[in-house]
Design a protein around this ligand. Structure first.
Ligand SMILES: Cc1cc2nc3c(=O)[nH]c(=O)nc-3n(C[C@H](O)[C@H](O)[C@H](O)COP(=O)(O)OP(=O)(O)OC[C@H]3O[C@@H](n4cnc5c(N)ncnc54)[C@H](O)[C@@H]3O)c2cc1C
Length: 431
């Protein structure tokens, strides 16, 4: 059976960054190596269900896939602008944060340049150990072609898992009008915006704020409520000193802390990334609520403050049971549509790795990860498994974001070229 040197699962920004680092920084060492990236979607797209009109990046264009590691790279956002003949006009905008639409187009431009090592419509369903005389020597990656439903297997010496997050639904409820923000634009088109509807949005972060804005604007006859455990949307702290928490330099500092110190640092800066929204959007929403309160109309939209959703049921409409976060009293709200903007979880021991979990060091819930993003494994396990974007607990707050992709990619690529010929490869010290 043909054996790959490296199989990447997912071709979002994390593995695109890795493809760039392998090609630009380690060209001679990877020449002749067999590398392939498998992407479940049929074509490139970056969070399209949340590609809302005018949505902007929450990060500088300099934190693209490679610029902070190598500003002279051919794959920078600046070079993309140059190739598209928009560099001067972009400069005239005097804005570091491009639109999400433009960043998605940049990512597509990068993805197209790696078509020789990517395979789309290829959803990985399992990773299986290949054993020989008591040693795991390779991994078999089971892949479904999402167009034909055919299954195939790729055998590899090394694996990089970069599959992003899985939607969190804090209240499990199967209903055609209850869905997560990760499918927002696909689902919202089924509703007639001239009809009166009652929307309930659950969440307090950027996605909740953007969806609230969208519903207010696009559904002028609808009632819109946002369930929020606090007093309202809270501003993301993106001031200069706080932003240093996302710098690559923080990864070593963070990794070298003990578990208690790491979780203290994470919770201290939690609101630089979670359950917070951009100030400009918050101010706009507050003004719109204020303007709507003038006159004697019933307020069409607003927040259900200090409230937590505890259950859903349905009869004619969807019945939401809510509990006050102040005094615990319960009350109900009736909606036609419920949208969860409640984020994503990223678990290292994702079901894809279930079959190899007996060889992973650490607990089943928390496999141990090395500084170079490999899963620590038992001696009898030779392949290396790298994890991207799922190690906030060990590598810090920037891990799920674009901020560190350029440097993390280099760390992984270097480890891969240094270690991939050595077997076994599990001895790196871990904390
Ligand atoms: C709406 C939205 C806006 C955001 N905006 C920003 C921002 O402005 N700045 C920022 O820093 N971060 C932002 N983020 C965070 C986001 O996580 C990162 O920007 C980035 O997408 C992470 O890249 P990734 O490759 O790790 O994961 P993803 O982008 O999620 O890519 C993972 C890829 O893996 C594929 N995949 C999943 N499972 C399989 C499988 N089994 N087989 C094959 N392929 C699979 C998916 O189809 C996907 O293409 C945003 C997130 C969202 C949801």
């Amino acid at each position: 059976m043909d054996v790959q040197d490296l199989v990447g699962i997912g071709f979002g920004p994390s593995n695109m960054g890795l493809a760039i680092a392998l090609k630009e920084d380690f060209a001679s060492q990877t020449a002749g190596r067999k590398l392939i990236f498998l992407e479940g979607k049929t074509t490139h797209s970056w969070h399209h269900p949340m590609m809302l009109p005018n949505a902007k990046m929450q990060i500088s264009f300099m934190k693209d896939l490679c610029f902070l590691r190598n500003p002279a790279s051919a794959y920078t956002f600046v070079n993309y602008l140059h190739q598209q003949q928009r560099l001067a006009r972009f400069a005239n905008l005097r804005d570091f944060n491009p639109s999400r639409k433009e960043f998605d187009d940049y990512l597509r431009w990068v993805a197209c340049q790696f078509s020789d090592i990517t395979r789309y419509a290829s959803r990985v369903e399992a990773v299986l150990p290949v054993e020989h005389r008591g040693q795991v020597t390779h991994l078999d990656v089971r892949v479904r072609n999402t167009l034909t439903q055919d299954m195939s297997t790729l055998r590899t010496r090394n694996l990089v898992l970069a599959i992003g997050g899985q939607p969190v639904m804090p209240v499990k409820y199967e209903h055609p009008h209850v869905f997560h923000s990760s499918s927002f634009l696909q689902r919202i088109t089924q509703y007639d915006n001239s009809r009166p509807q009652r929307f309930m949005v659950v969440g307090a972060g950027q996605s909740a704020a953007e969806i609230y804005q969208y519903l207010i604007d696009r559904f002028p006859s609808a009632e819109v409520r946002v369930v929020c455990s606090g007093i309202g949307f809270k501003q993301a702290d993106d001031s200069a000193y706080i932003n240093e928490i996302f710098d690559h330099a923080m990864v070593d500092r963070f990794f070298n802390l003990n578990e208690r110190e790491r979780s203290a640092l994470l919770s201290r800066h939690h609101d630089s990334n979670y359950a917070v929204a951009d100030l400009a959007l918050i101010e706009q929403l507050y003004r719109e609520e204020y303007e709507a309160s003038i006159g004697d109309n019933r307020q069409r939209f607003g927040m259900l403050k200090f409230s937590r959703l505890i259950s859903l049921s349905h009869d004619q409409g969807i019945h939401a049971q809510l509990r006050s976060t102040l005094d615990g009293h319960e009350y109900s709200y009736e909606a036609d549509v419920v949208v969860f903007a409640t984020g994503y979880h990223r678990r290292q021991n994702h079901t894809l790795l279930k079959a190899v979990s007996p060889w992973l060091a650490g607990s089943e819930d928390q496999p141990r990860l090395t500084r170079s993003y490999t899963l620590a494994t038992h001696e009898s396990f030779a392949p290396r498994i790298y994890i991207q974007g799922m190690s906030e607990a060990t590598h810090g707050l920037s891990d799920t974001l674009l901020s560190v992709i350029s440097r993390r990619s280099h760390d992984i690529a270097r480890d891969f070229v240094e270690q991939s010929t050595m077997q076994p490869v599990h001895q790196e010290p871990v904390l």
